[in-house]
Design a protein around this ligand. Structure first.
Ligand SMILES: Cc1ncc(COP(=O)(O)O)c(C=O)c1O
Length: 383
């Protein structure tokens, strides 16, 4: 059996999304910026995609900029906003558990002279809004707090932070990559000025994402060249990707209730069996304030890598932390931020469910895990 439980790293492309993309890879290949009829048709498809996305995210469709993914969107927003608003201040606030595409970007900005404040999280992995209020300075130009954490699935109080930031006249960005379909995004209601998404996290294609940009805010483009995306992001439009992402987002929202229900039931079953049948496990993060697909679990006294490899041999795909950093064997900063003991930092596995998982797969995984954990615990010298 093959079981994919790494849906926060990426997801399987939905067949219906692939069908929607196909014509734009074969017959309708005109450049959406060309003036001839093939270009014109694709330009209309591009506008339609923006309108559809705007309706779903509750924002003006002119403020949607398509990118190659959330990494690019995050780089574009954080660097572009910081550099364009230097005259107003040089202070940026980010949560300490952001994705590396934010944390490494602000590190680079520190080298350029910006000052960055890292908002701590509590032991369940949640940002305290009062802490944000305390850390704000007169020079603060931008706050960035993710909607859902990619490692432990905790949901952050973005609406409250957005309301506060708007009142203070501070720009606010949220990386909402892990939110779809669990947390319904509402750009107006949340008072966000900038938001990032990546299609492959919700059964869309890889290599396409978007940045919502409040066009009243000043921003310097990251990628320049042709005049695409109102001069904010140059490069020929990736229309198959854009159409695919839009279709994936539409499906995620249309089927939201049943998907969330299915995944919640499956994960409750997974967690119940795991607690009953595997000794000494602990959930990292918050049991309530989290998306139902994510289980980041500590298996005391065993190396997470050993569990991962053992499960992989049995056909089960999981991760030890965020997939983007699993080729570098380094303890997770997120798990450090929520206060895990040094000895426990390398004993964690992230299981992330998706809409294609089944109960049989969960049964297979728990059965395999029981054997794996028992075998590895028999070897370990750790007590
Ligand atoms: C929270 C978060 N932000 C940003 C990204 C980057 O997305 P991409 O690699 O698709 O650019 C990821 C991917 O893991 C993520 O989980």
């Amino acid at each position: 059996m093959q079981v994919y439980l790494d849906n926060s790293a990426t997801t399987k492309l939905d067949e219906r999304v692939f069908e929607a993309m196909k014509p734009y890879m074969t017959e309708q290949y005109g450049n959406a910026s060309s003036i001839h009829f093939m270009g014109e048709e694709n330009s209309l498809a591009l506008i339609k995609a923006k309108e559809d996305v705007g309706l779903i995210l509750n924002c003006d469709h002119d403020n949607i900029i398509f990118t190659s993914g959330a990494t690019e969107a995050n780089n574009m927003i954080i660097k572009g906003v910081a550099r364009a608003n230097k005259d107003k201040g040089n202070h940026i606030l980010v949560s300490s558990i952001e994705h590396p595409s934010i944390l490494k970007t602000v590190k680079q900005l520190e080298e350029e002279g910006f000052e960055v404040g890292y908002i701590p999280v509590d032991s369940s992995g949640i940002v305290d809004v009062d802490q944000v209020k305390k850390m704000v300075k007169p020079e603060t130009i931008l706050i960035s707090v993710m909607t859902v954490n990619n490692e432990i699935g905790t949901i952050q109080p973005v609406e409250k932070i957005g309301a506060f930031a708007r009142k203070q006249g501070i720009l606010f960005h949220t990386d909402a990559v892990q939110a779809v379909p669990y947390v319904p995004i509402d750009i107006k209601q949340w008072n966000v000025d900038f938001l990032s998404l990546s299609a492959h996290k919700f059964n869309g294609p890889k290599g396409v994402g978007l940045a919502y940009i409040n066009r009243r805010a000043k921003i310097i483009p990251l990628i320049i060249g042709g005049g695409q995306e109102y001069g904010l992001r140059a490069g020929t439009y990736n229309l198959p990707g854009i159409v695919g992402m839009t279709e994936a987002l539409k499906l995620a929202y249309e089927e939201r209730e049943e998907t969330v229900k299915k995944i919640s039931e499956l994960s409750a079953y997974f967690w119940k069996r795991l607690q009953e049948e595997v000794e000494d496990v602990q959930l990292n993060g918050d049991l309530k304030n989290r998306t139902p697909n994510n289980f980041n679990i500590m298996f005391r006294r065993i190396e997470g890598e050993a569990i991962l490899m053992d499960l992989s041999v049995k056909g089960i795909c999981v991760s030890t932390g965020s997939a983007c950093s699993s080729d570098v064997l380094k303890a997770s900063d997120v798990l450090k931020s929520i206060g895990l003991e040094k000895n426990d930092l390398n004993s964690n596995i992230r299981f992330t469910l998706g809409k294609f998982n089944t109960r049989e797969e969960i049964d297979y995984t728990i059965d395999a895990l029981k054997v794996t954990v028992e075998r590895l615990r028999n070897f370990t010298p750790l007590k």
